[in-house]
Write a protein that binds this ligand. Structure first.
Ligand code: SAM
Length: 297
């Protein structure tokens, strides 16, 4: 059985000289864990991306704490400062503006610095926009990659997109509203038409999950003004027809396993095999049972 810890166990007490990575809500203020609140309450120092924003969150939680700013452009100097504090035994909680620190937010360098100096790092998990979008996308979740923000630099952007062109698994991107149209067009031009899910304003008043295709999304946003925060969840590449011919030389079981290796679950794999071979799912299932019966344990 899973072992759960709770405050009464005593093992949840904060340890001196430890960095706690505390996830905060991505919109809905109720999406903060009891443990996150307790960690913020008991830490000696809260390192925050935007101290004013974090002060507002702490205020909402009824907490008043010493705050230190830690953002992209002072990461190096503030990292050294925080390391020194941790080495002196200070308990530091790191938070970003929203969601999980170190996910397209500052934190990664501080975690590396701490690990290089044997400072314990403890995750206090919670909301992440990427995972919230993925789980509600209805796209395969068995294998996925987080791609972050696309670069604004044309060359790097193109290189990034070409490098993922044939990736068979689901991909997750972050995007700012003013760049959404360009990104949808670039996806469509370089990756072809495929499913895309636009998860907008997650956990907020105007939350919206649009499950569509790239060609439709380009059309939709030609008429509609992109507003709010977006996560884009993109379907992986489909197997090209020439490859299918070779796949049809495999046994049904091997053919199914091929798709499972690409990240599909059993049901999706059977469906894909049926489509490749131009037969019904029922035929595939019957063949599978026959093959399995013939197999030795
Ligand atoms: N660390 C954060 C996390 O754990 O998700 C991500 C921070 S990153 C600087 C901000 C980007 O996350 C936004 O541009 C957007 O793509 C995505 N994002 C954050 N909150 C969101 C929300 N409520 N709905 C949709 N996307 C969101």
């Amino acid at each position: 059985m899973t072992e759960f810890l709770n405050e009464q166990d005593g093992k949840n007490e904060l340890q001196p000289g430890t960095l706690y990575l505390v996830a905060t809500p991505i919109g809905n203020l109720e999406d903060i864990t009891f443990r996150a609140v307790r960690t913020l309450r008991d830490a000696d120092l809260v390192a925050a991306e935007d101290t004013r924003r974090t002060a507002a969150l702490l205020n909402h939680l009824g907490l008043k704490k010493p705050l230190v700013s830690y953002f992209q452009h002072n990461e190096k100097s503030k990292g050294e400062f925080l390391l020194k504090k941790l080495q002196e035994g200070t308990i530091v909680a790191l938070v970003s503006d929203a969601g999980t620190p170190a996910i397209s937010d500052p934190g990664e360098d501080l975690v590396r610095l701490c690990s290089e100096h044997n400072i314990p790092v403890v995750p206090v998990p919670g909301a992440t926009a990427a995972i919230s979008a993925l789980i509600s996308s209805a796209l395969p979740t068995g294998r996925f990659s987080f791609e972050g923000f696309l670069s604004v630099n044309k060359k790097s952007r193109r290189e990034h997109l070409l490098s993922i062109q044939h990736q068979p698994h689901t991909m997750i991107f972050y995007e700012a509203p003013h760049k959404l149209r360009r990104t949808l067009k670039d996806f469509y031009a370089l990756l072809g038409d495929r499913k895309i899910v636009l998860a907008r304003e997650l956990t907020k008043r105007y939350e919206e999950i649009i499950r569509t295709t790239l060609s439709e999304a380009v059309k939709l946003y030609a008429e509609r003004e992109p507003k709010g925060e977006y996560v884009l969840v993109l379907e992986g590449a489909q197997i090209v027809p020439e490859e299918n011919e070779d796949l049809n030389n495999l046994t049904i079981l091997e053919h199914i396993n091929h798709y499972i290796m690409l990240g599909m679950d059993q049901k999706e794999a059977q469906k894909a095999v049926a489509a490749d071979r131009g037969v019904s799912k029922r035929d595939i299932y019957a063949e599978l049972v026959k093959q399995k019966e013939g197999m030795t344990e």
